[in-house]
Design a protein around this ligand. Sequence first.
Ligand code: HEM
Length: 123
Amino acid sequence: MFDTTHAHITTWAIALILFFVALGLHNSGKEKARKIVHMTLRLFYLLIILTGALLFWKHQGINPALYGIKALAGIWIIAMFEMILVRTSKGEKTGAFWVQFIIALLVLLYLGLRLPLGFHPFA
Ligand code: HEM
């Protein structure tokens, strides 16, 4: 958990899947199931932050600025998960939040893969 990114990748990959499942359930009018999936997704927010924070505390000394931006972008996308799901369930507009979601995701993938642990397709 402190030196490999496997647990962290597992948590955010499951969260992404749950997010799209929740949207799909909303679109097909299954509100009760959407609520359950949404609550499960909220548990995964905590797991993403926990696994990310464990990596962060141990390794941020390597490059505090980039690690800091990585962590903030992680919190940012979690806020976007929540804004998009809550606003969609209320029938409100979500366009601006989707733009931020895509930007945060690109920043996260780039920084996560560029930083020293785990996979390095850009190095
Ligand atoms: C949905 C949200 C998040 C996504 C999609 C995400 C994505 C990623 C990716 C793609 C990696 C690289 C994995 C690898 O190279 O094996 C990574 C690593 C990492 N993430 Fe996240 N992350 C998220 C949230 C967070 C949060 C909230 C934090 C901090 C509290 C965080 C801190 C870290 C750290 C410290 C690393 C290791 C960087 C390294 O040295 O390679 N992440 N993340």
